[in-house]
Design a protein around this ligand. Structure first.
Ligand code: URA
Length: 179
């Protein structure tokens, strides 16, 4: 991807956030786009939502954050965290596709509407459609609420745990009684 200047988001970014984790990951998380902290550090999910995601992965699912792969639909922070525009997504999505092709995980977890929409290739209504498998490049995808949504709506954590348990079962991991 290099020092990408393919779309206008390059003008406002500090660092491009490519993604991080294991190239042998069985599980890939896909978020939307870097936020303020991620833009500064150049790493995905390191701000408040990221801390919650790390807790979900490690304390909830019992997997090391370094053993999964975490990426985003968009690699550069949109100004003031606005939604990514259609042309920005179209420009950036081939890189996510290639990341997923190379890793070839057993499961993908789509975090939030934008990720679910782009991986499913259609409009997505998270409140109605979370928790139901679909597939991307023949890989099962579990759509669930974005951790930033959970910070605003903590009661939805229960539903995310239900979705995470489905992922764990698919991976043959032991599911504890609560997250
Ligand atoms: N939100 C996202 O969707 N991705 C990040 O990397 C951080 C926050």
């Amino acid at each position: 991807i290099g020092d990408c200047t393919r779309c206008k988001l390059c003008r406002g970014r500090k660092k491009l956030v490519f993604g991080e984790g294991s190239s042998k990951a069985r599980l890939v998380f896909v978020g939307e786009a870097p936020g303020r902290e991620e833009d500064i550090e150049g790493k995905p999910f390191v701000g408040e939502a990221g801390k919650l995601l790390t807790k979900i992965i490690e304390s909830g699912m019992g997997i090391g954050r370094k053993d999964v792969y975490i990426g985003n639909v968009i690699k550069c922070r949109p100004p003031n965290n606005r939604d990514p525009e259609k042309n920005e997504i179209e420009t950036c999505l081939p890189f996510l596709e290639e990341q997923i092709r190379i890793i070839n995980p057993e499961v993908i977890c789509a975090l939030g509407r934008i990720a679910a929409q782009e991986l499913s290739g259609r409009d997505f209504h998270m409140t109605k459609e979370r928790g139901q498998w679909f597939s991307y490049l023949d890989i099962p995808v579990m759509p669930t609420f974005h951790p930033a949504y959970l910070l605003r709506n903590p009661s939805a954590k229960r539903q995310v745990w239900e979705d995470d348990k489905k992922i764990m079962k698919h991976l043959g991991l032991e599911v504890k009684s609560n997250g």
